[in-house]
Design a protein around this ligand. Sequence first.
Ligand SMILES: [Zn+2]
Length: 136
Amino acid sequence: MSGNSEIDTLNAICKEAKAVGKLSGNNLTELYELFGSRFTKALDALKEGRVKKYTFNPSGRVVWIVVGRERDYLIMPEAEFCTCDDFYFRVLDKKVHMCYHLLTQKIAQNLCWFETFEENDECYGMLMNEWKKATP
Ligand SMILES: [Zn+2]
């Protein structure tokens, strides 16, 4: 399966789920078939409320975080970018189109399953440095 159809199918499922406000049994099956263990991990993160959306004011910049087991992952959905090793080694290598953090973020955004935080722009640099730190 090519990367593009992976994204297209995910977008279609998200659109459907957004309209009804939940993932149907069918959606769950489709997502599992498409993403396998990546979807299982995404679902865990969603259930455990590990997705955070930070909005910086007054600039309105938005940064998404998925809290992982050992560290936090910074996600930039517009750029389809994530700070995890999985993204770095496999997504850039085109072996896997999307890491589970990006998958988690996409579902979270569509279903409004995330926590929101408002921060001052002055904290942006400090927080970004914290989130961009390499795996310990
Ligand atoms: Zn990732």
